[in-house]
Design a protein around this ligand. Structure first.
Ligand code: NAP
Ligand code: HSE
Length: 357
């Protein structure tokens, strides 16, 4: 097999950026042998050079556009996070016809129509597998493996940080702030963890799943959200005494002309598939026609699991670059209009069997 070396421009070298570097160090040669593409990180953009003394200074810069413009960087991986400059960087890379992968759910969910249109206009690959449930290959499954199905519903635990916090509060009797500090320390939380705890991160992921599953953009602002801040240890203990668990669940329903999308705090009984999904584990349960019920479950946050998703995208983009035929994202058919219940949501929804949500 003819070997092609492909230069990567890495925007960000935090939890995920380092994870990508480490994955390529560990598996890069095997990937090269199996797939015929050797991924080589050529330039890295960071915010603060003084934090990165271990990296060869000639590859480092604080100017992300310098990396994007560098002809040695044929593919771009955006793992900086936040809305700006991430959105401008991804847009610029696509305008320059550089295939781009990102793990940034905020940017993908909020700017999905513009980014897909830009990628299609410039006939360039744009992938974002790690933006939802990190390494669980749910987006490629929706896009490819389930392409012939109608998606009736999506139910899941989509945020690792909140699931980790609720698990630590339950199992080790930690206070909310103590458990959040652990999640931050372990690299699971967003740079602004209110995105995790107030349900935004799960809403962005639900938006991406629903948009990809229907071809219609679900504006994440339309998704009703609950925060986990108000959940006390005594409530968690009370749930345990009843034999159930508290989870932050994301639910999208797409039955005939009625679509709903919510991120809500739920009491889960043992008969429900969300029960026992603990720590940073994520789960996505799909109901689709004709395939029926499907479950995807696995680690949803952290360096290695997220790098797995980004590198799988980079391999696909590299193979497309090598073949000279780039697969473009599917076109957007319009916007989803959501039926919004305007009454104050219940503190906790109760889900006992999979049929109840
Ligand atoms: P992080 O640890 O905070 O790392 C962010 C990196 O980006 C840092 O290296 C930072 O530089 C750099 N950076 C930030 N702003 C920059 C700017 N304006 N110019 C150049 N570099 C800049 O974040 P992370 O946890 O790796 O997350 C990155 C992205 O992956 C986010 O979109 C997140 O939502 C997504 N994601 C994360 C996980 C996870 O488990 N952590 C899972 C799935 C998806 P300094 O190092 O100099 O500060
Ligand atoms: N902060 C996110 C989470 C990272 O905890 O799920 C993975 O997307």
């Amino acid at each position: 097999m003819k070997m092609t070396e492909i230069g990567i421009g890495l925007l960000g070298y935090g939890t995920v950026g380092k994870g990508i570097h480490d994955l390529l160090e560990a598996n890069g040669e095997e990937i090269a042998q199996r797939r015929g593409v050797r991924l080589s990180i050529r330039r890295i953009a960071v915010r603060d050079l003084s934090k990165h003394n271990s990296i060869d200074s000639s590859s480092l810069t604080i100017d992300a556009m310098e990396v994007i413009n560098d002809p040695d960087c044929q593919l771009i991986a955006e793992v900086m996070g936040g809305e700006e400059p991430a959105y401008s960087c991804i847009s610029r890379a696509l305008e320059l016809k550089k295939p781009t992968a990102t793990a940034n759910k905020l940017v993908v969910a909020k700017h999905w129509p513009a980014l897909i249109a830009l990628a299609r206009k410039n006939e360039v690959g744009f992938r974002y597998e790690a933006a939802v449930c990190a390494g669980i290959p749910i987006l490629s499954s929706l896009e490819v493996g389930l392409a012939g199905n109608h998606i009736d519903s999506i139910t899941g635990i989509l945020n690792g940080t909140t699931n980790f916090i609720l698990t630590r509060m339950r199992d080790s009797n930690l206070e909310f702030e103590e458990a959040l500090d652990e999640a931050k320390e372990l690299g699971y939380a967003e740079a602004d963890p209110s995105s995790d705890v107030d349900g935004w991160d799960a809403a962005y992921k639900l938006s991406i799943l629903a948009s990809l599953g229907t071809g219609l953009w679900l504006d994440p602002e339309l998704i009703r959200r609950k925060s986990i801040r108000q959940i006390s240890n005594s409530t968690i203990l009370a749930a345990s005494a009843l034999g159930c668990q508290i989870k932050l669940a994301a639910r999208f329903s797409n039955i005939e002309d009625s679509q709903t999308a919510n991120v809500e705090t739920v009491f889960v009984f043992p008969s429900h598939s969300l029960f026992g999904v603990d720590g940073t584990e994520n789960i996505v349960q799909l109901e689709a026609n004709p395939i029926g019920k499907l479950q995807f479950r696995g680690s949803g946050a952290g360096a290695g699991t997220t790098a797995s998703g980004v590198v799988s995208d980079l391999i696909q983009l590299a193979l497309d670059l090598k073949s000279g035929h780039q697969r473009l994202p599917n076109p957007i058919l319009g916007e989803l209009s959501i039926h919004r219940n305007t009454s104050e949501p219940a503190a906790f929804a109760v889900v006992s069997s999979d049929d109840s949500g």
